[in-house]
Design a protein around this ligand. Structure first.
Ligand SMILES: *Cc1c(COP(=O)(O)O)cnc(C)c1O
Length: 489
């Protein structure tokens, strides 16, 4: 056979690739530096959507051309959560060093599951720092996952598999009598419902306990429900408390939930995807103290630690239960005492995913760059900004708060004497859409006690107090404009 030149995907011209890489870094730094001056969002033109809907390329293309296409068709139409006035859903801003760390991580490209290599130790270091941040014992275990949803299902899987005497890994849930029941509140994030469905509990086994006026779970009703389920021959096994609900930032009465879990010997899980990190703000420290005693905790680092997407964390108090829920060793994943397959316990023993990127690096670099104290200040600053916004709202008779402010979420809306709910919904929806379409700010919306409302969730490291002033000014301007045009809504 005639010997051919060996193929590779590496560049033919390394110097050109180096230049292109430098250009990308320059462009990205210019972007971050001037983000405040840019529109937060713009609609995507039809030609861009068409460009992004083409058949698979058969032949390759010059990287420089591809980058030009990126700059023309993709870069300008970003979601906007890097912008100082992004307040929709709960989405973090990211940081420059965090992004550069992601580049380094993908350049090294270690599959961070198994083996003796530095990424495994960085991963372990980050998990240990997460335990420290949350006041978890050092002999607890943990795993970095893609985000809060994954962190919650990981924890609930451990909770389910740890139910005494059932051997669920072997038997599955079909054989299980009596039926397992999970408790959370009506304000709990939908990922808990999904998790319950996926781990085989089914949505009928999830009890949604009512909340009080401040959207916090009623401990009294929780206990009543547990009692009545026990009386009906069911098996309560876990309670999910939320530290910072997605709607309003409410905190369930975690101390009381913990006491109930102790009394009935239930697994106490906390969904702190958004708000566990408020623990660093002294104002919330005591209300979140119970996190330290939970059986498991899920929290996101891409939200309130401002680390670029994606990364979340599950912590499990009892490392043995954690490992017992997932560990499995096929022949092709044996660990040796020495060599490349030696080293730390495989991370695959602590979760579902086998292949894992080196997401720990961006967290490691970020925590080193800023230190715990700076994060505590930033989180407190977001909480201050939410309170300041509420003050501004209270100064205007045309605006009203629609929920008590907790953590960094402020919910408010424009009102008008004599207007019914439908009218107010149309008015506030129109304000919201114009704020976004004019590229001013990106709040999102929700419905609280039947009231359609603007929702400002702030886990943004670029927001300043002046952004709150501007937001209120613009809401009032747009609202007044729409009201004068009346007919349009
Ligand atoms: C964001 C959030 C989740 C989901 O986390 P993802 O990182 O988006 O998967 C779950 N629970 C709460 C309270 C959240 O705020």
């Amino acid at each position: 056979m005639k010997r051919q030149e060996d193929l590779t995907l590496d560049p033919e011209n390394w110097e050109e690739m180096r230049q292109l890489g430098h250009q990308m870094v320059d462009d990205m730094i210019d972007y971050w530096k001037s983000i405040r001056e840019q529109k937060i969002w713009k609609p995507i033109p039809t030609d861009v959507k068409e460009f992004l809907d083409q058949p698979l390329p058969k032949k390759g293309q010059d990287p420089k051309e591809i980058y030009d296409e990126f700059k023309q068709y993709i870069f300008p139409y970003n979601k906007g959560n890097v912008h100082p006035r992004f307040f929709a859903w709960i989405q973090g801003t990211g940081t420059p060093l965090g992004s550069l760390a992601d580049f380094l991580a993908s350049g090294m490209n270690p599959n961070t599951t198994i083996g003796e290599h530095a990424a495994m130790y960085v991963d372990r270091q980050v998990i240990n720092w997460c335990k420290e941040l949350m006041g978890f014992p050092m002999d607890a275990s943990g795993i970095l996952v893609s985000g809060g949803s994954m962190a919650n299902i990981t924890a609930l899987t451990v909770a389910r598999n740890s139910v005494d005497g059932l051997q669920i890994r072997k038997n599955g849930l079909r054989q299980t009598e009596p039926k397992l029941v999970l408790y959370c509140s009506t304000e709990t994030h939908s990922c808990i419902d999904k998790a319950a469905e996926i781990i085989g509990l089914g949505s009928d086994s999830v009890r949604k306990i009512p909340v009080n006026e401040s959207f916090e779970m009623s401990a009294e009703l929780l206990e009543q429900q547990i009692e009545s389920d026990l009386a009906a021959g069911l098996s309560p096994f876990a309670v999910v408390g939320t530290s910072g609900t997605v709607n309003t930032g409410a905190i369930d009465p975690l101390d009381e939930l913990l006491a109930i879990c102790k009394k009935y010997k239930l697994w106490f899980h906390i969904d702190g995807a958004y708000g566990a990190l408020a623990k660093l703000d002294p104002r919330y420290e005591s209300r979140l103290k119970a996190i330290e005693s939970a059986d498991s905790l899920a929290f996101d680092l891409h939200k309130w630690l401002y680390v670029p997407y994606e990364v979340g964390c599950t912590l499990i108090r009892d490392a043995k239960k954690h490992r017992n829920a997932f560990a499995i060793t096929p022949n092709y994943l044996l660990q040796e005492k020495r060599g490349l397959s030696g080293g730390l316990d495989s991370i695959n023993h602590y979760g579902f995913e086998l292949s894992r990127g080196f997401k720990a690096l961006k967290v490691w670099m970020s925590l080193k760059e800023h230190g715990r104290d700076k994060y505590a200040q930033l989180i407190a600053q977001n909480n201050d900004q939410a309170l300041y916004l509420a003050e501004l709202v209270n100064q205007h008779a045309e605006l009203e708060l629609t929920a008590p402010v907790c953590m960094s979420i402020t919910c408010f809306r424009m009102i008008k004497n004599g207007a019914n709910e439908e009218f107010l919904q149309d008015l506030n929806r129109e304000i919201l859409l114009r704020l976004q379409e004019e590229g001013i700010a990106s709040p999102s919306s929700t419905v609280l006690h039947g009231k359609y409302t603007l929702r400002i969730a702030n886990v943004n490291q670029r927001t300043r107090m002046e952004d709150m002033d501007l937001l209120v000014r613009k809401v009032l301007r747009l609202g007044r404009e729409i009201l004068k045009l009346g007919a349009e809504i």
